[in-house]
Write a protein that binds this ligand. Sequence first.
Ligand SMILES: *Cc1c(COP(=O)(O)O)cnc(C)c1O
Length: 461
Amino acid sequence: MDPHLVQDIAQLPDVMSMVHKHAAAVLEDVAERDVLPTRAMPEAQPLTESGIGLRAALDDFATRWEPCLSASSGPRYWGFVTGGVTPAALAGDWLTATWDQNAFSLLDAAGHHLEQEAVNWLRELFGIGPAHQGMFVSGATMSNMVGLAIAREWLGQRLGIRPADDGAAALGPVRVLSGNAHSSVSKALSVLGLGRKALIQVATIPGREAVDPRALEQALQETSGPCIVVANAGTVNTGDFDDIRAIAALRDRYDFWLHVDAAFGAFAVLSPEHAHLADGLELADSICIDLHKWLNVPYDSAVQFTRHRDLQTRVFHNAAAYLGPLGADADPLHSVPENSRRLRALAAWFTLRAYGRAGHSEIVQRCIACAHRLADGLGSIPELQLIAPVHLNVVCFTLTEDPTADRVNALARRLHHQVFLTPTVLAGTPALRAAFSNWRTTDTDVDTVLEAIADTVHDLT
Ligand SMILES: *Cc1c(COP(=O)(O)O)cnc(C)c1O
């Protein structure tokens, strides 16, 4: 055995507690450090022939790399839609690696059963009935991809072919209708062989990112044969919602698969005032919900639901004698793109067990309140204006005068000590978004950022 390995195993409790102390210190400081450090990246070093042991490796990481990492698990990283990691979720993630279970097969031990307990809790949380099967995947992109892969098989079933066996080309041209599909939907269509051009953008309600149901009906009328509709529950720019129930009702007259991308919007159900936004979620054929955003578990975690298990296993069936038969309760490896996979449900399991529905509802409601507090505060800074109402947890705003991409980006860059905001373009106007989904964020953070913005925006050239 390598001498460094021998040493690390001999001192295991000590080196583990060293890493634990280090992690605790990082977390103590995460709210104070620069949200996006501005220092130059360290130079990449070549691999050395002999190692240096865990202690020295931690030193090297702490010296060269850690100062360049963002405070993305902290309270003022409002870019993209980014959750942090609750203490219980962190414990779950550590134990995932500690146990290193391969949660892919029922031939193994309890991994898959624990995963299903967590799926059932998520089902209860989001009001999704037992008709849907739920599976853990690595993120919402993968969840959208799996949902659309099953939709592809459904289209085949309608046409009497099996794309899983015959290839996507056998389907001929496919239409995927959506008002404001997330970019990952195009990516999925590319991967699935349906092609990015299959995505047809349907008109949205004027001034909104939500699809216009009449325009959708028109597009369905113009479609011959079955198609796919992607409804959006929480758009990234403005957190807007399609009327899922109205869209689902169109299935009485038109033949389509309904996929709902509710990556972060599903969490609206945890706020009594906002629950109606996600109404009808369970009517979907497939549902995407991200967990490393608003559930505040570490990357990478999302859940994927579908009511069509048979089609799912047709797509993902991984036949091999040594993996056992495809039973009534299909192994995870027959339902998702991965075969071997970590027990990623454990972080979600821990945070749901530790804080329950009440704890996670409080996080969601506090995040929404913070979004409104930011929006209200921005209203008293004359150099800035909101360019969309706050539907949920996203605030989209820009400069009142001359909102060029250069000026908007410059503002974001100057705020990097205090906050990370991501630039976007809304209806042609460069803008900034603040998305609230971190469990640590409070009013005080919002006030700190408002002060920084007010100070910075004055002398923006
Ligand atoms: C974040 C997001 C995705 C993609 O999620 P990843 O976790 O980055 O893969 C898809 N759809 C929506 C609406 C999102 O907000």
